[in-house]
Design a protein around this ligand. Structure first.
Ligand code: NAD
Ligand code: MG
Ligand code: MG
Ligand code: MG
Ligand code: MG
Length: 340
């Protein structure tokens, strides 16, 4: 037995018939939306996709055999409304659909930001839950079609009916996630760990480390092309090993010299106090306030940071070097075609 402290749910813990009489409105047809709508539909659930009238996805969803309405019409017709529009747009979309949420209906999310930070405040008579695949939508769809699934998270914020958890698990099963395992969590834990992870480690941490390493080598007079390979390109090989078998799989695969150097020097580049401050700002809502204000002001800082990132030398050098590796894409594409 593995020793996991969070509850994990599998197919046997969920019963799709719990939601089989429901109509589900999936708002948005992007990365998550298309996967949820198509998997639910294939699992025998009545689905309506909610989109703006001018949306490019409207025809795409209809071509896939799905019924499409505007979000307010879809929500009014549905027992479960699944918010899969971008997080920054959800509060406005909620205003447009909230009259369609009757007592006993469910409002469901794939990320808890707007509930946790009070940007959406649903009435007390609706269930509020989360079913969040830990994977981009195209994999949620592709694995489902193969009879497999992606792992996911499930949380209940508000249980007005007493059925919120059983129905969320039924949804996770219809989505394919209980085939791989669904971890029970809370909105607070999902939001705080998600924001911390993407800021301190995954998106913010990794890109800053890559740029700092690249700049250190280039400033010391080494060729930018060499710096690009050592500090950015090779990252994928390292991460793939960690994904497959944890840090030990990586340490076991690199040279003993790399292992000893990494084990003795790595700690030097990490600012743990900085990490704690990032976590504090997530926990006390400071980051959320900043990001909400930034959006209300039409994103002035966001645009500046993006422009600076785009003009960084590592992007220019990488753009040229990646052309030399065009064969890489083709090989990966052909690997994805099943052999049988
Ligand atoms: P996305 O940007 O890929 O898709 C958003 C969709 O919403 C698009 O179809 C867009 O046309 C539509 N849309 C935009 N404005 C709209 C409006 N006003 N009315 C109706 N539709 C509108 O978004 P996504 O990445 O699928 O994210 C959706 C949710 O899933 C978010 O809460 C996100 O945090 C969460 N999530 C995403 C991932 C992921 O890998 N992408 C993983 C887990 C959870
Ligand atoms: Mg309704
Ligand atoms: Mg219900
Ligand atoms: Mg996130
Ligand atoms: Mg090396």
């Amino acid at each position: 037995m593995t020793d996991i402290s969070a509850p994990v749910y599998y197919d046997d813990d969920a019963d799709v018939s719990t939601i089989e009489t429901e109509t589900v409105a999936v708002l948005g047809y992007g990365s998550q939306g298309h996967a949820h709508a198509l998997n639910l539909n294939d699992s025998g659930i009545d689905v309506i996709v909610g989109l703006r009238e001018d949306s490019d996805s409207w025809a795409e969803a209809e071509d896939a055999g799905l019924r499409v309405e505007t979000p307010d019409v879809a929500a009014a017709a549905a027992d479960r409304v699944v918010m899969l529009v971008p997080d920054t747009i959800q509060p406005a979309v909620y205003e447009a659909i909230k009259d369609g949420l009757e007592a006993g209906d469910t409002l469901q999310f794939a990320h808890g930001f707007n509930i946790h930070y009070g940007q959406i405040e649903p009435d007390e008579d609706v269930d509020v839950t989360m079913v969040a695949p830990k994977s981009p939508g195209h994999l949620v769809r592709r694995t489902y079609e193969r009879g497999e699934g992606t792992p996911g998270l499930m949380a209940v914020y508000q249980d007005a009916t007493g059925n919120a958890e059983a129905e969320a698990l039924a949804y996770a099963k219809a989505l394919g996630c209980t085939r791989a395992g669904v971890i029970g969590t809370t909105f607070q834990e999902e939001v705080e760990t998600d924001l911390f992870g993407e800021q301190a480690v995954l998106c913010g941490g990794v890109t800053e480390m890559v740029k700092a390493g690249f700049e250190t080598l280039v400033d010391a007079g080494y060729a930018p092309e060499m710096a690009y390979f050592e500090c950015l390109n090779e990252l994928k090989l390292i991460v793939d090993l960690m994904y497959e078998g944890g840090n030990m799989e990586m340490w076991n695969s690199v040279s003993d010299t790399a292992e000893y150097g990494g084990l003795t020097r790595g700690e030097e580049v990490i600012n743990r106090e900085g990490m704690e401050e990032i976590l504090e700002d997530v926990q006390n809502g400071e980051f959320a306030r900043e990001w909400i204000n930034e959006n209300q002001a039409n994103r002035p800082s966001y645009k500046q940071y993006r422009a600076a990132e785009q003009s960084h030398q590592v992007e220019q050098v990488g753009g040229e070097l990646r052309k030399l590796f065009a064969w890489d894409d083709e090989e990966e594409a052909s690997e994805e075609v099943p052999a049988d």
